[in-house]
Design a protein around this ligand. Structure first.
Ligand code: 1CP
Length: 346
């Protein structure tokens, strides 16, 4: 494996100083890129995920076109329920659909903690190919969903603003819910370990729906499982934990041993730092919709964000995934503004 030429993100995750702030964007390989749309029009979603050459090509697009400081594996958090035995469809304009969701104890007999090489071996192949093609230009980020967020889809069967059916499942059948969360956790640990063994330099856990839970529920239903994953992966690679909306538990998340915490745009940088403490990197938190602003406004707001987080112990990113209607040159301005920024002291 070749030496990394750009290790800014890995240095930041190790707590080391960097010559400038590193930057990448959540969902950076996606529909705002015309080159992605070309492949999207030719191949189905899971075909793109399951064909290492396609996954590799898509993963590299934002590195080549936008100049980000990391690649993130092109895949989806829903390949985990799929590997566990649930059918997952991705329907145009509707999003993910799981036609036979988990609702009863009997439903749990339909799923299992799978053998990773057998079910998700294609991801490991994609990672090996991506690492070869990257040839050390930037590090590769692997990822998985947090068990609570994955449960949301396994129980609700589709996307939702509230995931009320998933919550009701946890409140009405807590023992069953914890059994399912543990199965997802065991699968995720083996999956992320396989990603790291295949070459992922760091991994991010996406808890996109963490913030739908109260602090108490987040710390019962989500955090203990994130904690298990961090503990298992940390000896092999640094872990980034992003629980959107769960600002109230940043201090507890910092205690998991994560190397960095993702912050969304509703959490002010100063508050995030105060909650997370000094010994952890922060990542975020530009409002993705703000990339629709005029370019001079984007530049000004990105500089304000950098100034607020400070240049060190910090990875510039969006506060959630990039939107499909963001112009490519606006995404590039976001990245270039971070790369050109120098802290001002006053
Ligand atoms: O082309 C298309 O229309 C498919 C859209 C798409 C894409 C580009 C989906 C379906 N997944 C992906 C890729 C993906 N998903 C990546 C790729 C790497 C990258 O460039 O970042 C990642 C990291 C994910 C993770 C993911 N999938 C999350 C967590 C992050 C987040 O944005 O909150 C979630 C919640 C999903 C579920 C999912 N898969 C796809 C969609 C549209 C969704 C969201 C559905 C919903 O809103 O409930």
């Amino acid at each position: 494996m070749s030496e990394l030429k750009n290790d800014l993100i890995l240095k930041t995750l190790k707590g080391e100083k960097t010559e400038r702030t590193p930057v990448w964007m959540m969902r950076q390989a996606g529909r705002y890129l015309p080159q992605y749309m070309e492949l999207r029009n030719k191949y189905g979603f899971f075909e793109r995920c399951q064909t290492p050459e396609l996954a590799c090509q898509i993963t590299l697009q934002p590195v080549d076109i936008i100049g980000v400081d990391a690649a993130i594996l092109f895949s989806d958090i829903l390949v985990v329920p799929q590997a566990m035995g649930l059918e997952v469809q991705l329907i145009e304009s509707k999003g993910p659909v799981l036609p036979n969701p988990i609702q009863t104890a009997n439903d749990l007999t339909r799923i299992r903690v799978p053998d990773i090489q057998e079910t998700l071996g294609y991801v490991c192949e994609a990672i090996q190919l991506i690492k070869k093609e990257l040839n050390g230009r930037v590090p590769l980020i692997g990822f998985a969903g947090a068990p609570w967020t994955v449960l949301c889809y396994m129980v609700q069967g589709k996307g939702s603003k509230t995931f009320d059916e998933a919550k009701a499942f946890c409140y009405q059948q807590p023992e069953l819910a914890h059994q399912l969360l543990q199965m997802i956790t065991d699968t995720t640990i083996a999956y992320l370990q396989a990603q790291v063994a295949a070459g992922a330099d760091t991994v991010q856990i996406f808890d996109s729906w963490g913030g739908l839970l109260s602090k108490e529920d987040f710390e019962t239903i989500s955090l203990p499982y994130i904690q298990q994953i961090v503990a298992a992966i940390k000896p092999h690679a640094p872990v980034i934990v992003f629980a959107k909306g769960a600002w109230y538990s940043l201090a507890e998340m910092a205690q998991t041993g994560a190397a960095a915490l993702g912050i969304d745009w509703c959490t002010p940088p100063e508050l995030a730092r105060q909650f997370a403490g000094r010994n952890i990197a922060l990542q975020g938190n530009f409002d993705p919709a703000k990339l629709l602003s005029p370019i001079p406004v984007i530049k000004k707001e990105v500089k304000a964000m950098l100034q607020a987080f400070g240049g060190q112990q910090y990875i510039a990113n969006l506060g959630h995934g990039i939107l499909p209607n963001v112009p490519v040159d606006h995404a590039k301005v976001f990245v270039d503004t971070v790369k050109e920024w120098h802290p001002t002291f006053n």
